[in-house]
Ligand binder design. Structure first.
Ligand SMILES: [Zn+2]
Ligand SMILES: [Zn+2]
Length: 97
């Protein structure tokens, strides 16, 4: 019954997050900078590695993106980031057909 939330606050995870954000703060969902959080590309609940730097990418956290104002992490929910990014780049979300 472990929750992700307790895992996400471990020292190890925070170190990893700092390292990833130091390398890049470009949000994987909207493509703008100033990301303040990282998220798993493949969710841990779906078998993704929790502390693998290759499975973590910058994303806008609770404050959202200062450029497009999207709450990228909220939008993503628990879907794999790869799905979200594909949607964002191949489908026009805002204007229907
Ligand atoms: Zn974003
Ligand atoms: Zn943005």
């Amino acid at each position: 019954m472990a929750t992700n939330r307790s895992e996400l606050t471990t020292y190890e995870y925070r170190q990893l997050r700092a390292r990833i954000l130091a390398e890049s703060d470009v949000c994987l969902v909207c493509g703008h900078g100033a990301a303040t959080a990282v998220d798993h590309i493949q969710p841990v609940s779906k078998g993704g590695a929790r502390l693998d730097p290759d499975n973590l990418a910058p994303i806008h956290g609770v404050k959202g993106c200062p450029v497009c104002l999207r709450k990228c992490n909220n939008e993503k929910g628990n879907r794999p980031l790869t799905d979200v990014v594909q949607l964002a780049t191949s489908v026009d979300w805002f204007a229907g057909p």
